[in-house]
Design a protein around this ligand. Structure first.
Ligand SMILES: NC(=O)c1ccc[n+]([C@@H]2O[C@H](COP(=O)([O-])OP(=O)(O)OC[C@H]3O[C@@H](n4cnc5c(N)ncnc54)[C@H](OP(=O)(O)O)[C@@H]3O)[C@@H](O)[C@H]2O)c1
Length: 334
């Protein structure tokens, strides 16, 4: 096998971006898309890449994709609460799975997915595309070089005003996967954990909830122990922000467009006590393209994905702890 054959479950918005990337990949091929809505997969291909209409199979429903004999890997960009049941079916059908973040909305479900993936000998990865972009790798290099000193504080912010067409993202309580915490929170929080290369000791957050008990805005704190702290702010009511900044005793470094760099020049800025202000332009790259290329290589070479199962487990554990903190207005230990 020199290419991975992909199936996609659901005609989600994100698929309009990802479809051309899988279809044009050097080590992957798109075989089929299934949607629970009649003909939605076909109209998505027509919108995103009409030249492929006769090349990609479309199905009404998921089972024909999950059980497709030619397909080796399945991409799951469904609503967060649908990730676990569909991923379980795919894993039990011996397909590798790339699941959009968060992998699940309960850490016990992540455990179940990881155990099943081991049992059926398939690879599983949570889709944090930003971590494959060279601008994030450069930030990690700067941190590692120690020119900032040992990082002791970081802050991340992700927001945009939610459009009425997207109100289905905030129409159910946080504990059922609704709101900003489970939607954009995974990016803001995962990035902080990656910068520190630590897992939280305890967390605290406060939210503004809507009438469905979904959070429209959440501000949180993470205590990593040993005087390492982080804060984040996420919101569906605030202007567009997509940034992370890390601080040490000798300097600071920032990515101003970390999760949404695609159509803009990626850049990183840093300043040190010794050498002053620096700005580096990073060549434009597609984080989705790099993410799929990596996962394809892992399947083809039987290598472990860079985003590990344990990382996915800690991601969901941390989000669960934030959920509990919002409910009880108290610090939660992990
Ligand atoms: N990595 C990223 O940059 C990124 C960006 C956005 C989202 N995401 C993640 O990807 C996942 C999907 O997000 P999304 O915003 O792309 O999903 P979405 O458009 O809300 O679609 C989610 C699912 O709902 C169904 N659906 C779509 N439009 C619908 C409609 N008009 N009426 C009824 N059902 C509809 C689709 O399944 P059927 O076709 O089977 O009905 C689809 O798979 C989430 O986990 C999200 O967090 C990631």
């Amino acid at each position: 096998m020199n290419k991975v054959n992909w199936g996609i479950l659901g005609a989600a918005r994100i698929v309009e971006k990802v479809l051309p990337i899988i279809a044009n990949s050097i080590n992957g091929e798109l075989v089929a898309i299934g949607s629970r809505r009649k003909d939605a997969a076909k109209s998505l291909i027509n919108r995103a890449y009409p030249e492929l209409l006769n090349k990609i199979q479309t199905f009404n429903g998921f089972d024909s994709v999950i059980n497709h004999p030619k397909i080796n890997a399945i991409y799951i960009p469904l609503a967060n609460e649908d990730h676990t049941p569909t991923a379980l079916k795919a894993i039990r059908s011996k397909k590798h799975v790339l699941i959009e973040k968060p992998m699940a909305i309960k850490s016990s479900d992540v455990d179940l997915l990881l155990n099943e993936s081991k049992k059926h000998d398939v690879k599983i990865m949570e889709g944090f595309m930003y971590s494959f972009h060279p601008q994030f790798e450069r930030l990690l290099d700067i941190i590692k070089s120690n020119i900032l000193g040992e990082i002791n504080y970081a802050n991340s912010m992700f927001s945009f005003p939610i459009q009425p067409a997207r109100h289905y993202r905030i129409n159910r309580p946080i504990k059922l996967g609704g709101g900003a915490l489970w939607d954009i929170g995974p990016y803001a929080i995962h990035t902080l954990r990656q910068c520190f290369k630590e897992n939280p000791m305890r967390v605290y957050a406060q939210s503004k909830l809507n009438e469905h008990n979904a959070d429209l805005s959440t501000t949180g704190m993470i205590d990593f122990g040993q005087n390492k702290r982080a804060t984040f702010d996420i919101s569906f009511e605030c202007t567009r922000r997509s940034e992370v900044e890390v601080f040490g005793p000798s300097g600071r470094a920032k990515i101003p467009t970390i999760w949404q760099p695609e159509n803009q020049k990626a850049k990183i800025v840093y300043a040190t006590e010794k050498s002053g202000y620096h700005e580096e332009i990073i060549p434009i790259a597609s984080h989705f393209e790099l993410e799929f290329k990596h996962f394809n290589e892992c399947i083809l070479k039987n290598a472990a994905p860079k985003l590990t199962p344990q990382d996915a487990l800690w991601n969901v554990k941390t989000l669960e702890a934030f959920q509990e903190s919002i409910e009880n207005n108290a610090w939660v230990n992990l």
